[in-house]
Each structure stands twice: as structure tokens, then as C-alpha cells.
Design a protein. Structure first.
Length: 126
């Protein structure tokens, strides 16, 4: 092998490792910061076992979160400003303010913004 090939192989291996680490960090962020909030503040109205699912939106599965609700997709990975989910959390519009009973703390909303900015990683199996 020429030194050039060795070097580029090394770079490939290193960047694959870096990507894997970024994935792990994103997955952990979802597990630690996002999923517990969804459970606590959203599943009551947006989960399969909710008495009455609201807005056609299921947040208790990866597929449901990706599919969105009656208005279509609620997240655009990488684009928090364009994501209905973030607008709802920010109480940006008069209707569709989530959760309806009171705005979440700014620090929690910031976590959601970071999560969507980072591509909205969701390691759930279904
Ligand atoms: C007490 C019930 C309730 C809770 C809790 C709740 N929602 Fe909702 N949600 C609704 C209702 C009702 C609608 C449909 C009417 C509307 O759009 O205002 C809705 C609609 C939505 C929509 C729009 C779906 C679409 O496609 O139109 C989003 C996004 C949403 N909710 C996100 C959330 C998030 C995120 C949480 C938790 C932070 C949450 N909701 C908690 C009742 C709830």
C-alpha cells in the first residue's frame, strides 16, 4: 500500500468513528432529555393508549413522531424554525399551543430545539 492509501484509510476509519460517536450522543440526548418530557407532558393525549388521541398525532413511537398528525409532519430534521412541534412548544400561534395546560420551561423548549437542530435522532425500534 502506498502511504497515500494508508492515510486515506485512516481518515475514513477516524471519521466513521466520529460519526458513530455523534450518533450515540444524539441517541443519548433523546433518551435523557426528550423522551421523558414527551412521556410526562404529551403521551396523555398523543399515545396509542391515550383515551382519546388528539390531532391524529402519536408521539409514543418513532413512526408516529415521523409521520406527524392531521397537519402533516411536525418535525423537519435540522430545521427547528420550520417545525410545527417547536412552534407549538413556543406557543407561537394562538391555536395549537402544546402542552395546552401551560407552556414548558424555556430550558426544556431549548432542549427540543437542539434535538431538532441535530437532526431529531430517535433510536426507538418502532
Ligand atoms: C391535554 C391534551 C394534550 C396534551 C397533553 C398535548 N396535546 Fe398536542 N394536541 C392536543 C389537541 C387537542 C390537538 C389538536 C388540536 C390542535 O391542533 O390544537 C393537538 C395537536 C398537536 C399538534 C399538531 C398536530 C397536527 O398535525 O395538527 C402537535 C405538534 C402537538 N399537539 C404536540 C404536542 C406536544 C409536543 C405535547 C407535549 C409537549 C402535546 N402536544 C401535549 C392536545 C394535547
Amino acid at each position: 500500500m502506498t502511504p497515500g492509501i494508508v492515510l486515506s484509510s485512516l481518515i475514513l476509519v477516524a471519521s466513521a468513528a466520529a460519526l458513530a460517536r455523534a450518533d450515540e450522543a444524539g441517541d443519548k440526548f433523546f433518551q435523557d432529555k426528550i423522551l421523558p418530557r414527551l412521556k410526562q407532558h404529551c403521551f396523555e393525549c398523543h399515545a396509542q393508549d391515550a383515551e382519546d388521541v388528539k390531532g391524529g398525532l402519536l408521539l409514543d413511537t418513532r413512526a408516529g413522531l415521523r409521520a406527524g398528525g392531521d397537519s402533516g409532519e411536525i418535525i423537519i430534521p435540522g430545521e427547528p424554525e420550520g417545525s410545527l412541534l417547536i412552534q407549538a412548544l413556543r406557543y407561537a400561534e394562538d391555536d395549537r399551543q402544546m402542552p395546552p395546560r401551560g407552556k414548558l420551561d424555556q430550558a426544556i423548549i431549548d432542549d427540543f430545539v437542539k434535538w431538532v437542530t441535530d437532526g431529531a435522532p430517535d433510536p426507538r425500534q418502532e
